[in-house]
Design a protein around this ligand. Sequence first.
Ligand SMILES: Cc1cc2nc3c(=O)[nH]c(=O)nc-3n(C[C@H](O)[C@H](O)[C@H](O)COP(=O)(O)OP(=O)(O)OC[C@H]3O[C@@H](n4cnc5c(N)ncnc54)[C@H](O)[C@@H]3O)c2cc1C
Length: 402
Amino acid sequence: MSGRVLESVPLPEQLAAVGRDPLRVLVVGAGVAGVTLAQLLRTAGLHPVLVDRRTAGADPGYMLGLMPLVDPALRHLGVEDAYRERSVPVRRYALRDRAGRPVREYPLAGLLAFGDYRGIERGELLAVLAAAGGAVTHGATVTGLAQDGERVRAVLADGIGEETAEFDVAIAADGMHSATRALVLDDGQVTGLDTGWGGWVAWTDSDDAPDRYDECWGAGFLLRTYPVRDRIGVFVGGPRRDTAAGPAAFAARVRGQLRAEDVRLDRALAAVAAGDGTRFWPMTDVRSATWSGGRVGLLGDAAAGFLPTAGIGAGMAIESAAVLGRLLLQATPGSVPEVLRRYEARQRPRVEAAQQNSRVLARMVFRSSRPAAVARDLAARFLSLDRALAPIRRLLDDRPEV
Ligand SMILES: Cc1cc2nc3c(=O)[nH]c(=O)nc-3n(C[C@H](O)[C@H](O)[C@H](O)COP(=O)(O)OP(=O)(O)OC[C@H]3O[C@@H](n4cnc5c(N)ncnc54)[C@H](O)[C@@H]3O)c2cc1C
């Protein structure tokens, strides 16, 4: 990955800068949502404090397919050209049956009435979002949050020590397993779906179809190949009782079920079997009963974390960051709790509708038994992608102002 990324600075440097802002914002988590929000606030001259617990350069790399939901935020940040340069258009979606045989190929262009569906590696996306530069403190997190009517006091730990600082608003953008969320919500306010499945991401070389997503829905496995710029991301997953055997054994098991000769699928399975750089992702999601508590708001996967079945979690996270950013730029310190409630009222119904669509697709895709997969293969011949993604099309047709 090349290009500008956020500059990793010591925490006191960020705390000194935010102290002079008319609205003092803390953003916990420099992932897709946190970086989008911080950069949007920076375009208006604010100095939000952005912290991430990981060390610099330790991003989990995987491939993302992004719906045109992200376009308004990228336009606002002035990074559309960089985005187009670092991503690839996805024009075709090819579905395969349990034996890897082609079922149908769908053109995606007509499906999304406006804008492209594009593929990009997560680290590349973070670099695109951060193109204007700005600060982040790595190896830092929040270990305590206390608020009164006027401010929120955050205990920030950066590996060297702890420091308490005052903010007007704190945003938890620290992902699906948000520790910051746990500081403001009770366990009972966070629910989720565990599909019992999980899988690995790996990478293989690009081929002669860089605009085509391939998905093979098996009996007890899912094999996806998603091109990004210059390479192809691979996901191979299945029930966790089977993936427990490890990537090489599980890839061999999948290979044994394929009846079709296909160079891309072979390479994909070889990449997973090699195990280099593969990371295991459990297929779970999470939903928070409320997205704000006083001066603390939840954003992205911390508010509603997605199964990757519909390929929309990052798109929704970016959209929500843009909506929240716009509202915060109109806020005063006194109006923060009301502004966070407005943000939740606008975004939560949209995000939960998309999340529900991902759950419905998961029920269709994650089939373990052979009879269920045979029945699904028959049904898949008549599957209308248009209908399967109808809830997402509705979201695209009715986008919020950002
Ligand atoms: C394998 C896979 C494939 C996916 N495919 C797609 C796709 O094709 N399309 C799509 O739109 N979405 C996809 N998603 C979902 C998408 O990645 C997420 O919805 C999106 O990244 C959410 O963004 P976020 O910023 O909320 O969380 P993240 O991107 O997870 O970022 C959270 C950040 O918070 C940091 N952090 C965590 N804990 C702490 C802490 N305690 N303190 C400080 N920082 C912390 C992390 O280091 C990280 O940088 C996929 C997800 C996976 C796992």
